[in-house]
Design a protein around this ligand. Sequence first.
Ligand code: AMP
Length: 556
Amino acid sequence: MLTGCTPWPEELQRRYREAGYWEDITLWQMFEQSATKTPDRIALVFEDQRITYRELERQANRLALKFSEIGLKNRDRVVFQLANSPELIYAFYGLTKIGVIPVMALPAHRFTEISHFAGHAGAVGYLIPNQIKDFDYRELAGEITVAVPSVQHIIVAGQANEGQHSLTDWLAEPKVPGDEYRGDQGDPEDVALMLLSGGTTALSKLIPRTHNDFVYNCRQSSVVSSIDAKTVMLTLLPMSHNYNLGSPGILTALASGGCVVIASSINTEHVFSLIEKEQVSLILGAVPLVTKWLTSDIPEQHNLSSIKIIMNGGAKLAPELRQRIQTKFGCVFQESFGMGEGLLNLTRLNDEDEVILHSSGRPMSPGDEIKIVDENGNEVADGEKGELTCRGPYTIQGYYYAPESSANAFSPDGFYHTGDLVCRRNGYLYVEGRIKDLINRGGEKVSIDEVENHILADDRVENVSIVAMPDAQYGEKACAFVKLKAGQKLTREELTSFLLDRGIAKFKLPERLEIVESFPLSPAGKILRRELRRIIEETIKAEQESEQAKQRVSQL
Ligand code: AMP
């Protein structure tokens, strides 16, 4: 296994093989099995392109060869920041075929994040779109190569700058028969990809997922979500995130001979036209999308009878909204509560409504071991709240080159401490809160520590504390309580522009700024976040009430 990663103890490895969880094939081989079985079936739909399994395999093979020709090889790491598109999938499989490890970044990431991923991973390459809206990734890549000299290959989907490679040109070259990659392939026991922790430390840790574990992740999630060759899966959110990749996601659909429809926008009209046109059967939803659909009358203007499952993942969806989904769309709702580190819990399609509406699902594999523990690490009784810890055939045993964070997050017997507070009832988990310091913005995780550190770098700021505030569409957003230095002033716009200049992703920006004279403190002098959360909740509630009162008056 790649150095810097923690393998499963031999005893567990043996157990996982004996139980048939680990097939000892790579992600590429899993895809090839589908491509061989149904070469003419449509694998991908994007805008006006309909791509068969044969074509997908051909393009991935072509890229595997190109990647190896420029010098990428087994166990090299590359930062992978492509936007949702067929190219993302060609490139992902092309890399995994030759054992190159993609570090799955999101299009929203900027210099601070990308330089950290590249530096920490020792990346030799960086895959980017050319431009999205007014942001030019080729320029960012130029800055990254200066900051992280190990990054030598910039590969661009679209037109490349001088010294960079164009993936699009590679894909358009005529294929020379017999011109195939014949070198090393990935090893099933080795790392296939690295995901980013949605964790609490200042910068994301890298989560090394092996072929064996991720192949199993796809196989088992396809069983639990009934994903097969008839499935037409709609993907809307960044496909590089674990939820859309394999919880269950596009890799699961492609391993099952299904079709993946890639939306080019999350505009509601576009989404529902696409569902009708492509006869989508499974939608990978998330809190902000679902809340938007439920208040829109656009869905009713379309024939949506093909929808069998609407899934929610990344953050909990309220029971009331789950009920409304089932009623409005006449389908089954499925909750996906998973994490990049591995464990995936799903409600079952034939569960009682009570469970479907309220629970966060149960572990998808019989090989998942769950312990719910109190602060002292002792297991709590069923029905009592505690921290969810887990171990299993697709849950990692440690982060990549992060001994301290790994020691904090994994117990000596390999159980991952999720930081999620849950109750277990009849084998089902119910997420009740969390002990980790982060904001879950509709599934997008923001480390409080990281953003506070950036804000503290502002000369006007004496101290800051960020807390989650309730939000109707996203579930929660970040509110920054700031104490300024004497005589200073700061608006949210000024803070935003200061943070953007520091090169962080936009989704991390606090969406409210509260200037305070002092912070509520514990007897030990620690800022009481609990109290800040209460203050902002009450303020928002009062504002909403006064807004409603105003509306009532204006209607008189
Ligand atoms: P990530 O690794 O970015 O997918 O984040 C994983 C974390 O997201 C989990 O540990 C939970 O805190 C949270 N999460 C994901 N899905 C759900 C869900 N359905 N309900 C509640 N929390 C969720």
